[in-house]
Design a binder for this molecule. Structure first.
Ligand SMILES: Cc1cc2nc3c(=O)[nH]c(=O)nc-3n(C[C@H](O)[C@H](O)[C@H](O)COP(=O)(O)OP(=O)(O)OC[C@H]3O[C@@H](n4cnc5c(N)ncnc54)[C@H](O)[C@@H]3O)c2cc1C
Length: 509
């Protein structure tokens, strides 16, 4: 690439979480001298939900140079150690998808193979005996990972629960500090050059703005990627039929637990996300099985009086056919949507920006480069789709038509292969770069009662005997760490010392 062909200006349409995350990362990473602007409408509100993240969000804060404590204080965030799934396999049943390590590798074999032996031997092992994150979450406690520690604390990971609108506001200020220009305007449409590339965006007040690269973060409507470039949509409603959500915040009724609760309901599932000042609640449901009015009644019946009017949101699982088309890249809700069952949307925005940096164009916009970007991000969407579909397909609930239907969907071939490998051998083999590792898949397989037909042949009686001592040591270490850890709520109590100074805490990420 010659310097004359370099991208000189980037215009980001949309000032929700996606727009300000993109602006913040690009302002740090794009070549010096690139002018970055964000256009946000004063008339069209951001979606304002999106309250749970996954651990790479902490890595992003570090990369941006944002101090985690400062971010938590300024945004009213709480810490998250994983997700507790309630009533999915059957009413009354619970399972964990915690963050961090699980057990320890013994003789190069992942610990979940020893777990299968323990289950087969009727030892009734519990995930929380081998996962510090699950154990702390169950106890309502929290501590930071300690990279200097030798034991289980070294393998801890955590994420945050936060208010998406507050986070967008925080990042707006942060990006402004890095020189990002903000315009409060509403985009009406855009003009295109003879080759189809976007020339200028046109505001409703008649003003215009031109840039070399456009990033569409305008939410579900996709003002540029769909309304101007007609990208098309790949609809996954056949395998992920939930298409609505009703969201209703409630007052703090209890200490905030350090985890997201995802409870299966008659036509979908309900989230409870603790923030410092309130609970975020919502019911994700399938409109052909439940009306909006019934979903609202159902949710309020569970969570009590809301702090604001319940909001119904409509969506279709899937993604734009082309996430990057011509000189426009779509991110966030403008590029696709997967229900928040594993809190992946905001991470998909972050991965999209990193992928854009890995394929950063010049003004020739090499089609092979654009094709590579699209393939990589679509693979990521498909990987997450498969993971979400597993949560529904593997349940054994048959108490409502919704639960009977989701167990009969035609599974994507990529998921069939993963299930067959696991059911045969207990192996998973997530590919490098996939968002969910073998361990995440294991938690859902095991949580929903899927068992491999044959144990790992490399784990014989000698290996099991060797592992036994380690297993006891692990259980003791985890119990000791949990005893010494502060309660989660103590991190937010007024007048408390900074979290890093609390007993049992190590350096935050
Ligand atoms: C029910 C639900 C629950 C969710 N829960 C989670 C979760 O737990 N975790 C997670 O990671 N994600 C979650 N998400 C996804 C998350 O909310 C979004 O991925 C994230 O907030 C990014 O949204 P966005 O910025 O793409 O869109 P929005 O927040 O909708 O922002 C769009 C922006 O574009 C601007 N805009 C729109 N049209 C125009 C125009 N014509 N001109 C100028 N500006 C315009 C708006 O003013 C706004 O600033 C959830 C989503 C839903 C629907």
């Amino acid at each position: 690439m010659t310097d004359e062909r370099r991208i000189r200006s980037i215009a980001i349409v949309g000032g929700g979480t996606a727009g300000w995350l993109a602006a913040s990362i690009l302002a740090r990473a794009a070549p010096a001298g690139t002018a970055i602007s964000v256009i946000e409408s004063g008339q069209i509100a951001p979606i304002g939900v999106g309250e749970a993240s996954i651990p790479p969000f902490i890595d992003l804060l570090r990369l941006l140079g944002i101090e985690t404590h400062e971010f938590v204080r300024a945004t009213g965030a709480t810490y998250k150690l994983g997700i507790l799934y309630r009533d999915w396999l059957a009413p009354g049943h619970e399972y964990w998808h915690p963050f961090g390590t699980f057990g320890a590798t013994v003789g190069r074999r992942p610990f979940h193979h020893y777990w299968h032996h323990a289950v087969a031997a009727d030892l009734n092992p519990r995930i929380a005996e081998f996962s510090l994150c699950a154990a702390l979450a169950e106890a309502g406690k929290f501590r930071f990972p300690d990279p200097r520690a030798q034991g289980v604390a070294a393998g801890m990971r955590y994420a945050l629960h936060f208010d998406a609108t507050t986070v967008a506001g925080y990042l707006r200020q942060f990006a402004a500090g890095l020189g990002v220009q903000r315009y409060e305007r509403t985009v009406a449409t855009a003009t295109r050059r003879a080759d189809g590339f976007i020339d200028e965006i046109i505001f409703t007040d008649g003003g215009r703005l031109g840039a070399d690269l456009y990033i569409d973060c305008s939410g579900f409507q996709g003002v540029l990627i769909e309304q101007v470039l007609n990208s098309g949509y790949v609809d996954w409603g056949a395998v992920l039929p939930c298409d609505r959500a009703v969201a209703a915040p409630t007052a703090m009724s209890a200490a905030p637990p350090p985890y997201t609760l995802a409870s299966a309901r008659s036509a979908g599932w309900q989230w409870r996300i603790p923030l410092q000042q309130r609970f975020g609640n919502g019911y994700v449901y399938c409109s052909s099985h439940l009306s909006d009015a019934a979903a609202i009644d159902d949710l309020l019946g569970k969570v009590g009086a809301p702090l604001s009017e319940p909001r119904v949101l409509r969506f279709t699982a899937g993604h734009r056919q082309r996430l990057w088309s011509h000189n426009c890249v779509a991110l966030g809700l403008a590029c696709g949507f997967l229900e928040p069952l594993e809190s992946t949307s905001i991470q998909l925005v972050i991965n999209g920006v990193f992928n854009l940096l890995d394929h950063f164009p010049d003004r020739d916009f090499d089609p092979a480069n654009i094709g590579a970007y699209n393939r990589e991000l679509i693979e990521e969407f498909e990987h997450i789709r498969d993971f979400l579909v597993l949560h529904y397909w593997a349940t054994r609930r048959i108490d409502t038509p919704f639960w009977r239907d989701v167990q009969t969907v035609r599974l994507p071939q990529t998921l069939v292969q993963r299930i067959e490998l696991y059911q045969g051998t207990g192996r998973i083999r997530a590919r490098a770069g996939e968002l969910f590792t073998d361990l995440s898949w294991f938690y859902v397989f095991a949580g929903l009662g899927l068992r491999p037909a044959a144990p790992d042949p490399l784990i014989d009686a000698t290996a099991r005997a060797g592992a036994q001592r380690l297993i006891q040591a692990l259980q003791q270490n985890i119990a000791r760490e949990v005893r010494g850890a502060p309660s989660h709520e103590s991190y937010f109590a007024a007048g408390q010392p900074a979290a890093a100074d609390l007993p049992g805490s190590a350096v935050p990420g």
